[in-house]
Write a protein that binds this ligand. Sequence first.
Ligand code: ZN
Length: 406
Amino acid sequence: MLQINAKRLQDRIEAMAALGMDQSGGVSRLALTDMDKAGRELLISWLEELGCLIHIDPIGNIFATYPGQDREAKPILTGSHNDTQPDGGKFDGSLGVLAGLEIIETLKENGYTLSRDLIVVNWTNEEGSRFSPGCTGSAVWSGKIDREKMYALTDRDGKSMKQELARIGFLGESDFPRKTFHAAFELHIEQGPVLDHEKITIGIPEGIVSPRWYRVKVTGETNHAGSTPMKGRQDAMYAFSLMCAKTIETAKEFETVVATIGHVETTPNSLNVIPGQVDFTIDIRGWDVDNTDTVCHKVESALKKIAEEADCLVEIDRFWEEPRVTFDTELMDAIEESCKDLEISYKRMYSGANHDMIYVSMIAPGAMIFVPSIGGKSHSPLEDTPYKDCAAGANVLLHSILKVSN
Ligand SMILES: [Zn+2]
């Protein structure tokens, strides 16, 4: 069976990680920085050596086409992102891009031409760390987010995304056609603990969970911490503490649902004053739609009840939600068949994290392949994936592409 060159893939992952490598062993290659430019140029030099046709679109996405037998047939797309978080890991994103490159080289050195074009893509600013929101490249390309709005995003120094694209030489002139695609794949590290815990090499996510985000304002009454008796206080912090515990306990009752309170502000935020106001956020995500709805409903009514009992007011604003994304059944089956052919362990799962595939799968039949993250760590210098698992993921991707190409 055709197999990728595991050593070559490893060497390239390490060569790419050297661009932006920190003393901690993490990688800082934030979108549209000099390091990102260096990474893009290295990637393009490798792709050009293999005879790929390079297209840079106006949001800086890099599309490399490896021509197939029938140039008119619907192409296959694979890839991911090559930018990182600050002090992030070397596998997050990069693996998916470099595996695409490795597959082209494997096909080429074995004299194998696919029946249709294979396109390897590097999406701009998936991480959303320097310019927020993330998944910018895939969202703009798929037509789901306005390009001019994204051009106007600025980093902390006030530099706009458009300025930075131009500065590093990646402000392309023409769109890459959003024609119909035969299939789209993204190989990515899991960024969670499931595969590592269960000692399974490949995860086949059925989709990406549905997020619901809230802003909550609790209003009580600011008063003196010493002279106000406990009875009769309208302590917004007390109400918040009960709300926080109840939200997390509610999510714990339901499998496949997670809840996080990640941002809290208290007013006046003074040691000896009863807080009159607490503002906080809730992030609830779930794969099972009924369970997720139930958690949201329970949390919303619990918040109201707690506010009433604590003699406070609560305003609940569910300001953002997206439906869950489900991947293409035939492609998931092709991935599963490839795992069987290669005798690699696998399991069906779902993705709790966002990926470019959210947007890509709105345009093309799409699916993802996960490989284990040791200890479930990511966005950290401690992020790690065994190289044999990276190779297994690339081989499963190769055989999935071969299966669906014909
Ligand atoms: Zn990623």
